[in-house]
Unconditional design. Structure first.
Length: 74
C-alpha cells in the first residue's frame, strides 16, 4: 500500500530558511530560487510529491508552520 501525500506550502510566509530541505529523508524539498515572495524570500517547494512518504519531518521542523501535509492510504 502506497502512501499518497498532499502538501501545501504557504509561499508568502516561507522565509526560505532551508530547514525543511535539510530534514527531508528523500531529498525532494528545495528552495525555489525562481520565485520570490512579497517579503523577498525564496520559498521552499517539493520537487517530487509522488515520492513523498508523508513522514512529516518538513512540517514539524518548519519554524513558521508554513507547511501542511495530509496523507491518505491508497
Amino acid at each position: 500500500m502506497k502512501t499518497k501525500a498532499k502538501m501545501t506550502i504557504d509561499t508568502e510566509k516561507c522565509k526560505g530558511c532551508g530547514l525543511c530541505v535539510s530534514v527531508c529523508p528523500l531529498k525532494i524539498m528545495e528552495i525555489d530560487k525562481s520565485i520570490t515572495n512579497k517579503k523577498g524570500y525564496h520559498a521552499a517547494r517539493n520537487i517530487d510529491i509522488e515520492k513523498c512518504i508523508a513522514c512529516g519531518n518538513c512540517a514539524i521542523t518548519c519554524p513558521d508552520a508554513v507547511i501542511t501535509l495530509e496523507k491518505e492510504e491508497g
